[in-house]
Design a protein around this ligand. Structure first.
Ligand code: B12
Length: 368
């Protein structure tokens, strides 16, 4: 299987189609009971499961598939009106059983020898994970923990009731009252966005509310730009972006703003940045540090490729990786040739400020 998962790749399509066909072969009524739109959704579900499986196999990391299986079970429970959890459990376990069957029956045309054994083992672990997870659906402990809970709650309530102006005022007053920008970003805005995701996952809110919350939060962040870009500069340069086909870019934008606020010259390059564009940007902007973000595990392989290309071409440029995809692995970053992994932007800033002292700057990557 290739390093980067390509949904149009012949091997991938063969595998996905085989799972899809078997699902319909087992349940003859399905063909007549569901609309074409639902068939497409079922096929999409299969491709998501397979892309997580193949990413797990590629990185020898079963946690990538198991964590996805737990998340998927909770999602289906929360979004399926009227279906019992037991029925959903059966449905998902059957999906994994069919994938297992297709992986074992299809020959080299779908998945090669050693990868096949690994895939079968990981599927078994994922099946166990789903079976054990039935009572464990509460994902929002992080919202309750940590400083500024009150402000978080008020901001979330304002978003939930579409009170945009109030949301703006809460955050700008918090800044005026002396709460540091980095704390507002990570303890309030980020944690509220996590909670918005959890509420969508639990089917408490629909996707339009999630989009509204994202756009209000992005606009509030932009309102800080006069402050952020007016701060004294240190001559340190950062390039940051989200890789693969990753559309989650608020976190890496937050990281970039936090660095700019702390004196760095930053080039924030947005979401889904292609491999070559990152290399070109490094050549052009000559950064001290490149920060790469991944939220969805299937884009980890694209990130790994970029890390190794950067290390080969620019061995002195420091590379940091982060984002929620890494938290759903068994410390995958420890196997990569990177300079730092951090769960938050603040942690990376602390490390970078220590690492890039005067000496490193004088002898920095672009100083000959
Ligand atoms: C907003 C949102 C979207 C928006 C993104 C818009 C945008 N402009 O960014 C849109 C609508 C595009 C979207 C799409 C999807 N989303 Co979405 N989305 C979210 C949501 C609600 C918020 C994301 C966010 O802004 N978080 C806040 C930021 C600040 O947090 P962060 O990214 O983690 O960043 C922090 C740290 O991780 C760190 N960090 C980040 N990068 C880096 C890099 C380095 C180097 C370092 C050191 C640190 C670091 O610093 C940040 C500050 O501390 C999350 C919920 C969640 N848990 O985050 C779901 C979520 C991430 N989405 C999810 C899903 C499933 C999807 C879709 C597949 C939905 C679909 N069916 O289409 C698609 C996938 C699109 C794609 N190809 O990428 C799931 C992922 C589940 C999983 N287990 O993988 C989540 C968790 C929702 C949920 N609870 O189920 N989504």
């Amino acid at each position: 299987m290739s390093l980067i998962i390509n949904y149009n790749d012949k091997k991938f399509v063969t595998l996905a189609q085989s799972v899809f066909d078997e699902l319909f072969r087992r349940d003859k009524d399905l063909e007549t009971q569901i609309e074409d739109r639902t068939k497409i959704l079922i096929y999409d579900d299969i491709t998501y499961n397979l892309s997580h499986l193949l990413t797990a196999v590629h990185f020898n990391d079963p946690a990538i598939l198991s964590n996805y299986a737990r998340w998927l079970y909770a999602l289906v429970c929360n979004h399926s009106n009227g279906l019992s959890k037991a029925r959903i459990m059966d449905y998902l376990l059957e999906q994994y059983e069919i994938i297992t069957q297709s992986v074992s029956e299809l020959g080299q045309e779908a998945i090669s020898g050693p990868d096949k054994e690994k895939a079968l083992r990981y599927l078994e672990l994922a099946r166990k994970e789903v079976a054990e997870t039935a009572t464990d659906l509460n994902e929002s402990a992080s919202f309750l923990e940590g400083e500024h809970y009150e402000l978080r709650k008020l901001y979330l309530n304002a978003l939930m009731s579409n009170r945009t102006r109030e949301a703006f005022e809460l955050i700008s007053n918090a800044y005026k009252d002396g709460i540091p920008l980095t704390v507002i970003y990570e303890e309030v805005l980020a944690k509220v966005m996590y909670e918005i995701g959890a509420l969508w996952h639990q089917d408490v809110i629909t996707v339009d509310k999630e989009h509204y919350a994202t756009s209000v939060t992005q606009t509030i962040m932009s309102a800080f730009y006069d402050e952020i870009f007016a701060r004294p500069k240190t001559n340190l340069t950062l390039i940051s972006c989200a890789v693969g086909s990753e559309l989650h870019e608020l976190g890496i934008r937050m990281l970039s703003d936090i660095f700019e606020y702390n004196g760095w010259d930053t080039y924030y390059l947005g979401a889904a940045l292609p491999h070559t564009a990152i290399l070109d940007a490094v050549e052009e902007y000559r950064p001290h540090l490149v920060a790469l973000s991944v939220t969805m595990p299937p884009y980890l392989a694209a990130c790994e490729k970029i890390v190794s290309a950067l290390k080969t071409t620019y061995p002195d440029v420091k590379i940091a990786v982060g984002g929620q995809a890494f938290t759903r692995t068994n410390n995958l970053w420890e196997q990569w040739d990177i300079d730092y992994y951090a769960p938050t932007a603040r942690d990376l800033l602390t490390w970078a400020e220590k690492s890039f002292d005067g000496k490193l700057l004088r002898e920095g990557p672009w100083n000959g």
